[in-house]
Ligand binder design. Structure first.
Ligand code: PMP
Length: 352
């Protein structure tokens, strides 16, 4: 007995390491290139004296830029401090029933953490042996569905018809599609936003827009669902995005050319890296993201390679979880970083 009985105790999400020293950082799927020069310019030109005021709770400059870029109404957009914040608000808002929320057994490891912290019942559905979603698993009665497409940490994108089939079979629940990596592959469910009232599409500025440090995420949905989200947001923390974040977000969205160039560079480096990993005997499915989820050849342990790479100042991600502990998740860095990574990998594997 005592004060501890009144404390909410949870098993937290484990974020990837952010080492202070200079390392080759291929462990948290950040963008290896800087944000758009338009973002830097917007920061330099910001009226910093305005920081004495609260920011716009509607974050209109950001949401309106998104609405214009993606061809939706501003009232169909909701923003937050990273897509983690947006997803967390979605869990709190849309998963308030008694039936279990469904998501795959191998997916973004924050979903079960939010379900636990908000006391949401949930059930995981096993991906098949090729790490693919089995749509019929999601025909069961449920209190909501969340799917990452492309999925993480597998890197695999499902076709839009698979995603639509699941949305279509679940008109009585909210289906959240987490599209953190959509700019690197797979087809977006955004095209379905006016067709299905129960659909939410979540995106981030952390990967393809190179703004992980600014913390910016957003989602699209019907005006109705976005209103419910805003009602909950205003009941928790009304001013989520800071004045600099709103300005940076708007500037990044407007620079289409820089965005497209950055994404295409990363995809090119991904294909080069995939070829080299294949030559070294790694096995993996084609990636639709800015990382490759690869299994070392027979005779090599993923966790040992992870440790050795770290000794060489190269950080990748290893998950000790069942079914995937024999894999490494490798973020795509610059060409130079990936060359060093491959060269180091060769040295480690030769010395085995
Ligand atoms: N969804 C998925 C699938 C992710 O991998 C990540 C990155 N960890 C996020 C959401 C959250 O990213 P952020 O909060 O930086 O937008």
């Amino acid at each position: 007995m005592g004060f501890r009985d009144n404390i909410r105790r949870v098993v937290p999400y484990t974020p990837g390491e952010q080492p202070k020293e200079r390392v080759i950082k291929l462990n948290t799927n950040e963008c290896p290139y800087p944000p758009s020069p338009e973002v830097i310019k917007a920061m330099k030109e910001l009226d910093w004296e305005r920081l004495r005021l609260y920011p716009d709770p509607l974050m209109a400059d950001f949401t309106e830029s998104l609405a214009e870029y993606y061809g939706v109404k501003p009232s169909q957009v909701f923003g937050g401090t990273g897509s983690d914040d947006v997803l967390s608000m979605c869990f709190l808002t849309f998963f308030a029933g008694d039936k279990p929320v469904l998501f795959p057994d191998i997916t973004y490891s924050f979903y079960d953490v939010w379900a636990n912290v908000y006391r949401i019942p949930y059930e995981t559905k096993k991906l098949d042996e090729n790490f693919r979603i089995v749509p019929s698993d999601y025909y069961a009665e449920n209190g909501g569905i969340v799917l990452a497409n492309p999925n993480a940490p597998t890197g695999i994108g499902e076709s839009l018809s698979v995603i639509e089939d699941i949305i279509d079979h679940n008109r009585d629940s909210v289906v959240i599609v987490d599209e953190a990596y959509i700019d690197f592959g797979a087809e977006s469910a955004l095209a379905l936003i006016d067709k299905y009232e129960n659909l939410i599409v979540v995106r981030t500025m952390s990967k393809s827009r190179a703004l992980a440090g600014m913390r910016l995420g957003y989602c699209f949905g019907s005006e109705d669902l976005i209103k419910y989200l805003n009602d909950v947001k205003y009941s928790v923390n009304s001013y989520t995005l800071s004045i600099p974040a709103i300005a940076a977000g708007a500037a990044a969205i407007k620079d289409k050319e820089y965005f497209e160039e950055t994404v295409s560079r990363i995809k090119k480096t991904r294909e080069w890296t995939a070829k080299k990993l294949e030559d070294l005997g790694f096995s993996f499915f084609r990636s639709d993201t800015n990382f490759i989820f690869a299994k070392p050849p027979v005779g090599f342990l993923a966790v040992s390679i992870f440790d050795e790479l770290k000794k060489h100042g190269i950080y990748v991600r290893h998950f000790g979880k069942e079914r995937i502990s024999d894999h490494l998740r490798i973020t795509i860095g610059t060409d130079e970083e990936m060359e060093t990574f491959i060269d180091t990998l060769k040295v480690i594997m030769e010395g085995n």
